[in-house]
Design a protein around this ligand. Sequence first.
Ligand SMILES: Cc1ncc(COP(=O)(O)O)c(C=O)c1O
Length: 438
Amino acid sequence: VTGVVAGPEPGTLDRAGLFAGLGDPALASMNFLNEVAMRYPEAVSFAAGRPCEDFFQVGDIHRYLDTYVAHLASRGIDARRALMQYGRTKGIIHELVARNLEVDEDIRVDPGSVVVTVGCQEAMYLVLRALRATERDVLLAISPNYVGITGAARLVDMPVLPVRGGPAGIDLDDLVDALHRAAAAGLRVRALYLVPDFANPGGTTIDVPTRERLLDIAAGHGVLLLEDNPYGLFDAGGGRLPTLKALDRNRTVVYLGSFAKTAMPGARVGYVVADQRVAGPDGETLLADELSKIKSMVTVNTSPIAQAVVAGKLLEHGCSLVRANAREAEVYRRNRRLLLAGLAARFPGGEVTWNTPAGGFFAVLTVPFPADDALLELSARRYGVLWTPMHHFFAGTGGERQLRLSYSQLEPAAIATGLDRLAALVADRLPTAEEVPR
Ligand SMILES: Cc1ncc(COP(=O)(O)O)c(C=O)c1O
């Protein structure tokens, strides 16, 4: 029949007719990395940034629930309805979250400014959705950065412009340049996303004077700081620094929280503190209330059952996750020590270098050859060791000769074996004496 354009078979969709972001590497990279890990389950994995599961007990879930139910009962609240019905969009454990922030971080916020989300990932999405109002609105992010923010930005079609991280965690001159460049291009920078403490993937930490200057620069330019802090409790022994939110005097910081590393990732509970005032013709609201409108159309509310499990853990430890994670923090410290000593023992020559993170889960190794997805594949298949190519965390170029090593979830023997395997891989890739040009 003339005039009928041949389309795909019934039951088949044309990729070109779907959301363009589906072709974005940021959305594919998590799946690629998971898929490699699934294909080589025997490999020692320095890849996954998962919390230590040595102390996970299924029985704890039941007890945490009981603890929270008892807490509700003591306040005259019907637990059946609180846990089993639809619930408040901003969450039901906001007061405990606010208390936790005060106890562990010296952050004092009104519980009304907390939105409890389905993991930190949802919080990122909500914030970016709210901030991306026009075509001109862009996000700055320290490069390299966590892929979750890149992916969330892609979902709301918000361009992400890189700011140099470097060993100090942020290059403030480059930040100021980026702000000026964006303004000159007619763009409106809404926020800078960053992980000031023990960053994923770089393992870097921003010092206090730089935090203070960053707050001033952001306030001066009318830019929010999206502070993501999933690893801040896990310092390597050198102490913890005040968060940007604790130093914030002008409501410049939107604080993103996750219970994935401090309670359990399976609960999928995170939160955002958004205490910024939003002025409109009908008066003022809080940014948290605007985010809750978006949330009501994305996940309706965070599972109250999952919130209750996290709440039980908080209640059992006086709302301190530092206290709740004393054993885990010790494991991360031990593993970091073993990793750094193991690297020094295996790579004495200087061709391979690495950073010394002050805490968290990650270190970065720099090698004198490309560490790309093909090498990861070979590393898994032939050498039995997994790691993450750093290029996944850069928009555009960067990290081509770097590996992210996660040390959070390994036993000491596995760290030793994994490093032996990594050393074998590196030895095979380094030019042999005959190949080195004289
Ligand atoms: C920097 C950073 N932010 C957020 C998250 C994810 O948090 P959630 O599991 O609560 O969505 C991670 C997890 O790896 C992370 O590394």
